[in-house]
Write a protein that binds this ligand. Structure first.
Ligand SMILES: Nc1ncnc2c1ncn2[C@@H]1O[C@H](COP(=O)(O)OP(=O)(O)OP(=O)(O)O)[C@@H](O)[C@H]1O
Length: 363
């Protein structure tokens, strides 16, 4: 069993506190993805789990065992880096088996592990090559192979695919997914890539400024973001935010007046709010319907992507709004666009940015 538990973890570099108290439970066999803006502490947290960075305060356990005095090599974890970190003078075979040789494993033990990892990663025909004779994707596979042969309970991936081109990323994403299914190991994965996070994760951890904003399954975070930060971070193109005020209305409904004067009525869903309180309405670009009655906007930019068209438009008060339409939709720059808005898909956030209504269409 290799569950990972972080309790009140902090990390400071000198006087600067980078990780400000993280509590997190990652179940055995789970695929957990850390996302967040650059500098929020994703890699630092991963490196602390690996034992490559000291923990300033708090505790970490892996497989139920406290890690405070356990060396990186003895933690049952293996890390795959963005830079691959291969030895250039060694063959693929030697790169993959290096760690095992260093820890005194016998050749009879190393050989079957090497064969199996090479087969899983389609590296068998490349075992005698040097890293310089491999493509970027093949090098990344060697780095993953080096982790696999150690048979760790926990794999740690630090943006492993960010040096690969778009097509190869898609292929490697699928391969890592398969590897997870085959090995059943716990995997913790840092990425900047929304699609990687959404498609690979059982659980996404959204970090911001060294604290966790929300933990949940990809679709939970997408449909029920806890606050403005998560709502704006998960989903691409990002959720639209339109300022306004809200007041309780008849039958438990909420009357919202947007800054441009548009009025709409939302289901209250039990939310408590005071009359005239400032709110931010959140609506995803795909939940807006160009050409229907609703918001009055002026088209500023249109992107024709074939499968879909993105309109970027401005409301009367200057608020910008992104609208995802079908690939055949057309509108001239500067033309008026009426945009229908599905009330059931609207999120509402209070002045502190906390969600008071979720536009969760799955319910
Ligand atoms: N050894 C160090 N000494 C001082 N500051 C550090 C050190 N390592 C990281 N930091 C700082 O800690 C913060 C978090 O860095 P970290 O690499 O964990 O962020 P990240 O979320 O992984 O960012 P990115 O997505 O850009 O890789 C940054 O402000 C960084 O400058």
């Amino acid at each position: 069993m290799a569950e990972v538990t972080l309790r009140a973890i902090t990390k400071s570099f000198g006087d600067v506190k980078i990780i400000k108290g993280v509590d997190l439970q990652i179940a055995d066999g789970e695929f957990c993805v850390f996302v967040g803006p650059s500098g929020c502490g994703k890699s630092t947290l991963l490196r602390m789990i690996a034992g490559l960075e000291d923990i300033t305060s708090g505790s970490l356990s892996i497989g139920g065992k406290e890690m405070a005095d356990v060396e990186p090599a003895d933690r049952g974890v293996a890390m795959v880096f963005q830079s691959y970190a291969l030895y250039p003078h060694m063959t693929v075979k030697d790169n993959i088996s290096f760690g095992l040789r260093m820890t005194g494993h016998k050749q009879a033990d190393i050989a079957p592990r090497l064969t199996r990892a090479a087969e899983m990663l389609q590296l068998t025909h490349l075992l005698d090559r040097k890293p310089s004779q491999l493509s970027g994707g093949q090098r990344q596979r060697v780095a993953i192979g080096r982790a696999i042969v150690r048979e760790p309970g926990v794999f740690l991936f630090d943006e492993p695919l960010s040096n690969l081109d778009a097509a190869l990323r898609v292929q490697m994403r699928t391969e890592i997914g398969k590897l997870h299914a085959d090995l059943g190991a716990t995997m913790i994965y840092v990425t900047h890539d929304q699609v990687e996070a959404m498609t690979m994760a059982d659980k996404i951890v959204v970090l911001n400024g060294g604290v966790i904003e929300q933990v949940g399954s990809p679709l939970e975070l997408y449909h029920r973001p806890r606050n403005l930060f998560v709502a704006g971070f998960i989903g691409s193109p990002k959720m639209n935010f339109i300022p306004g005020t809200a007041a309780p209305a008849a039958d438990g409904k909420i009357a919202v007046t947007l800054k441009d004067g548009t009025q709409l009525t939302l289901d209250g869903r039990g939310a408590k709010l005071s009359s005239g309180q400032p709110v931010t309405l959140g609506i995803r670009p795909e939940h807006l319907a160009p050409g229907q009655d609703g918001l009055k906007a002026t088209v500023k930019l249109a992107e024709y992507l074939g499968s879909e068209t993105m309109f970027y438009a401005a409301l009367a008060d200057g608020s910008e709004i992104a609208v995802k339409a079908d690939g055949l939709a057309k509108a001239a720059i500067g033309s008026a666009l009426s945009i229908g808005l599905n009330p059931a898909a609207c999120h509402l956030f209070n002045a502190d940015g906390v969600a008071i209504i979720h536009g969760d269409l799955t319910r």
